[in-house]
Design a protein around this ligand. Structure first.
Ligand code: AMP
Length: 427
């Protein structure tokens, strides 16, 4: 069945590359009559009207949405969700794409997410929740190396240490306080997003991201250095299996608990020899996977998210996808991830976008007093190429990236390379 939202005024909360990709996709949906983003960034300002707001202040966000007459609020990042922004907007009678504070604990607390998975019989790594160094030491020795130590609190994808160095693992556990220590999952990783209204679940197309800062997965974890979609190596039936064994049971369990999740459920998965395992759940679109998944989605985005926000996802039309492929490469600031440097000048974005089917999504950018674009965060740009196949999309992304000048900027050179070379073996 198709059902068209007549027109929607939308407010997007956030100001990173993910929100740029969301706003860009919304700007292509003719049902959107007005598009606002707060706080936004200079790139987003080209496709949406930017407003100021503290995204962590639920009352301020609800007030802004009311003042703008928004029909739909889309919350991009995790921190506002965990702060209760979606609850405040919903209480003001405005539809919101983004889970309640209670449901966002699925991302905000690794321990809560493990409890939900146990109750819903979702396959995941075996784990211990540890609150003291002694408990942590016992858990590390129970699993052996490589060690996986996760901060229980929200850490923007950076609270996880995977290492074979026991001292480093223990030091991370001590620094965090409460941690989840779990078995190491071996096998290719998949990011699968699903749009849900708390009952119906619609999976999007899978992607793969690159968490480590350096080529060949060297160096520390980051928020993500690149991504591609689709996954030519993914086993047939993967999405259906994840829907049946992971996404639907999790959504059903949260509803059963009285904390339904309306928004995006993101499953980070490992395809191990013993089957699929959930590495983590997030309660929002992933960054930078959004920068490859949304450009491939043909279905108008505003209508889809409006259905999810209003409990009518069962009425949404089946998703339609471009048959092409997308690759995104993140350009990071000097010193990222440890100490990203601000105020470096960024030039060449227009030239980069002129190289073909390329979109440069902005994340850690700002304008200086002279109106020039400068860095203001660790991950500065995500450069997405879209083409008939992965190899051409990758070539486009890297050719575009070569046009951009950023002092001290760095990026990985191997995004999607293994997939193109046929070097990923899914079990
Ligand atoms: P998370 O924040 O839980 O997604 O973890 C960040 C990254 O750490 C993941 O994308 C994986 O690359 C890695 N990781 C997390 N948990 C595990 C695990 N149990 N086994 C292997 N790698 C893991």
């Amino acid at each position: 069945m198709t059902y068209r939202v007549v027109c929607v005024k939308i407010l997007v909360i956030g100001g990173g590359g993910r929100e740029h990709a969301i706003c860009h996709a919304l700007s292509l949906d003719e049902s959107v009559t007005a598009l606002f983003c707060a706080p936004g960034n200079p790139g987003i300002a080209a496709v949406a009207r930017v407003r100021e707001v503290d995204p962590l202040d639920p009352a301020a966000v609800a007030r802004l949405a009311g003042d703008l007459g928004a029909d739909l609020v889309i919350v991009g990042p995790e921190a506002p969700l965990v702060a209760g922004v979606a609850d405040a907007v919903r209480a003001a009678g405005i539809a919101v794409f983004g889970p309640s504070k209670a449901a966002a604990r699925l991302e905000g607390s690794k321990a809560f997410s493990k409890e939900i998975m146990a109750a819903a019989e979702v396959p995941t790594a075996e784990a211990f929740v540890c609150s003291t160094p002694e408990e942590a030491a016992r858990a590390l020795d129970a699993f052996g190396p490589p060690y996986v130590v996760k901060d229980d609190a929200l850490a923007a994808g950076k609270g996880v240490v995977v290492t074979s160095d026991r001292d480093a693992a223990l030091a991370h556990a001590k620094a965090c306080g409460r941690v989840v220590i779990e078995e190491f999952l071996d096998g290719p990783e998949v990011s699968l997003f699903a749009v849900t209204d708390g009952t119906t679940v619609l999976p999007l197309q899978p992607a793969q991201d690159f968490k480590r800062v350096g080529d060949d997965d060297s160096g520390p974890n980051t928020g993500g250095m690149g991504a591609y979609s689709p996954l030519p190596w993914a086993p047939e039936g993967l999405v259906d299996e994840v829907l049946d064994r992971v996404l639907q049971p999790t959504v059903d369990e949260l509803r059963r608990l009285g904390t339904p999740i309306a928004g995006l459920l993101y499953a980070g998965l490992a395809l191990t020899k013993r089957g699929i395992r959930v590495i983590e759940f997030n309660a929002r679109f992933g960054d930078p996977e959004t920068q490859v998944v949304l450009p491939l989605l043909m279905t108008p985005l505003a209508q889809l998210l409006h259905h999810a926000a209003t409990g009518t996802l069962a009425e949404a039309e089946p998703l339609r996808w471009h048959s092409s492929a997308a690759v995104t490469v993140v350009l990071a600031a000097s010193g990222y991830p440890a100490t990203p440097r601000s105020d470096d000048s960024i030039t060449g974005i227009e030239r980069a976008e002129a190289t073909g089917a390329v979109t440069v999504y902005q994340a850690g950018t700002a304008l200086n007093a002279e109106g020039d674009l400068i860095t203001s965060g660790g991950r500065v740009l995500a450069v997405t190429g879209r083409a008939a196949d992965l190899e051409s999309a990758r070539d486009l992304a890297y050719a575009a990236l070569a046009e951009i000048k950023l002092t001290g900027g760095h990026h990985r050179t191997d995004i999607a390379a293994k997939a193109i070379a046929g070097a990923i073996d899914a079990p």
